[in-house]
Design a protein around this ligand. Structure first.
Ligand code: ADP
Length: 540
């Protein structure tokens, strides 16, 4: 028997009731039953402590559990106000584990200190170690104001109680650890950026994480218990087979011969969301089997591939736009040049001049496009660096650009309203010219009915703002966040017939950013757009 009882101070007589032992045994049985049905550590400890105090007639009780570093920490107490719990610290520190056995150093002294600190007339401390499978799990301390003695029978009752208690604590601790682990796993699944769907063998949904709510528009509570096909409905399948078809063709009938190779199926396409809208998804289904080779679960990893799709679409739109952009001027140049060269024809001077002017314009356009392409690929490869930084007079730079563009269109009225005292900034003149050329060229391109194109400016201590506004087609709000992306073009009738590779704004944005500036846009559909370029002023 490893429990110890110590007395201190003057020994007092203990009142012994005749039926005490009978009550003790009944109580013990009742408690043992209650203990084995509890899985909550705190509740188990409360029960143990309550029973110990009742059996031993104690007034103050404490249970300390052993921590992984072999220290003992108070986990439950009775008869001690929470703010006084610290008085047990020296007592808990006096517990030593030696050769797998429990020892207390100066238990008497520590006890007296506790009694004094609690301002109570406690005279005896009984310690009940809780041991399971040779492992010490913790200690129950019972303090009472009288000194009692134990018979061999008392001791055996206490011992069997302590054994029961140890088992109950052990079980509850295991359960606590398991639930914590399970909670951690669920949290990982719940907060995974990709959708995670768990189904039983009959494709009924038993797990549906947060990301799936966002992806499908269905709430978790609505989806749980539903069949896969009532939530996942493909509008269009681009690769692979939907789950139903894969299962019908024999997938997931039995475990794969190679167990290391997961048995998966991939399907990609457009799914119908709850509100009827579409979303591009890639779903990987994995089949899980039990030990008898029966299908147990199907897990689906659901990935939103909208961005990837958009990039792919932009790329192919870019390739067709660029080849069109390159082919048109080349065809014009070639056409005019071979016409001029015809030996059987004698062209008058005016015709020759007109043809040469077209050739020159088209060659300029080609050169500008090639510039943009090179700048974009350079930007992609090595980022943006300004090479030739000097003092730039924006009034002059913008006015010259406007003059050049005015000669290209008589449908548009280009107006410059810049404050004459607009300060100069430090920048790369060639890059800045490209920025305003792109903005002006867009303003003309995307206002096919003509109208005013106005360039205004303002400044303060921090920087200079130049705005270019047009009265053109405007930009739909859903496209606004994307127009500065590489190869992005708004898809409408006008953009389909106007030339462009979706690089102008991407480059303008990169160039302005390289100057430490910002570019932004405001637009109203069918009314017009305004692009603001803000460039920082050098520090005074
Ligand atoms: P693009 O070569 O297609 O003109 P940009 O990068 O210059 O490429 O512009 C991207 C898209 O933004 C254009 O395709 C067009 O749809 C839209 N856009 C740009 N500027 C304007 C504008 N001033 N008015 C209306 N839409 C514009």
């Amino acid at each position: 028997m490893r429990h110890t009882s110590k007395s201190f101070g003057k020994i007092e007589n203990m009142l012994m009731l005749t039926d005490y032992r009978v009550r003790q045994r009944d109580y013990l049985l009742e408690i043992a039953r209650a203990l084995t049905s509890r899985l909550d550590v705190s509740e188990v400890l409360r029960l143990i402590l309550g029973a110990s105090l009742a059996m031993l007639g104690g007034e103050v009780g404490l249970i300390a559990l052993r921590e992984p570093d072999d220290r003992f920490r108070a986990r439950a107490s009775v008869g001690v106000p929470p703010e006084k719990l610290h008085v047990f610290k020296p007592l808990l520190e006096s517990i030593l584990i030696e050769n797998g056995d429990i020892q207390y150093s100066q238990l008497d002294l520590k006890m007296r200190l506790v009694a004094r600190a609690l301002d109570m007339r406690l005279r005896q401390a009984i310690t009940l170690p809780m041991v399971m499978g040779g492992q010490i799990l913790g200690v129950v301390f019972v303090f009472r104001s009288y000194v009692g003695e134990y018979s061999a029978n008392d001791q055996s009752i206490l011992q069997s109680f302590a054994d029961q208690a140890a088992i109950a604590v052990h079980n509850a601790q295991l359960y606590e650890r398991l639930s914590a682990e399970q909670q951690r796993l669920s949290a990982i699944l719940e907060h995974s950026a990709d959708g995670v769907l768990i189904m039983d063998a009959s494709q009924r949904i038993i797990g549906f994480n947060k990301a799936l709510e966002r992806i499908t528009g269905w709430r978790q509570a609505e989806a749980l218990g539903q069949l896969h096909d009532s939530i996942f409905f493909w509008e269009r399948v681009e690769h692979g087979q939907p789950l139903g078809a894969a299962l019908a063709s024999g997938w997931a009938q039995r475990p794969q011969a190679d167990e290391d190779e997961p048995d998966t199926r991939y399907v990609e396409g457009d799914l119908r969301r709850r509100d009827g809208s579409r979303i591009s998804l890639g779903i990987t289904y994995t089949a899980l089997f039990d030990d008898d080779g029966r299908l147990q679960n199907i897990i689906a990893n659901v990935r939103d591939i909208t961005h990837f799709r958009r990039a792919q679409e932009a790329k192919s739109a870019f390739i067709s736009a660029v080849s069109h952009e390159l082919k048109t001027p080349v065809a014009l140049i070639k056409g005019y040049a071979s016409t001029l060269r015809r030996e059987d024809a004698h062209w008058d001077e005016a015709t020759v001049q007109r043809a040469l002017a077209v050739i020159e314009d088209e060659a300029d356009r080609l050169a500008a496009l090639i510039d943009n392409l090179l700048a974009a690929s350079k930007l992609q490869a090595e980022g943006m660096r300004l090479t030739q930084v000097s003092e730039v007079d924006l009034v002059e730079l913008v006015s010259r650009a406007v003059e050049r563009f005015q000669t290209q269109s008589d449908k548009h009225r280009l107006i410059v309203e810049l404050p004459p005292d607009l300060p100069t900034i430090r920048g790369d003149e060639m890059r800045l010219r490209q920025v305003f050329d792109n903005l002006l060229s867009n303003a003309i391109k995307y206002s096919p009915d003509g109208g005013e194109i106005r360039v205004t400016g303002s400044f303060d201590e921090q920087g200079v703002t130049i705005s270019v506004s047009d009265q053109g087609v405007g930009i739909p709000p859903e496209d606004l966040p994307h127009i500065f992306e590489r190869f992005y073009r708004v898809d409408n009738a006008l953009s389909r017939r106007t030339q462009g590779a979706g690089l102008g704004l991407y480059l303008a944005n990169a160039f302005v950013k390289a100057h430490g500036g910002r570019i932004s846009v405001e637009s109203t559909l069918h009314k017009g757009s305004t692009f603001h370029v803000w460039l920082p002023r050098p520090l005074a």
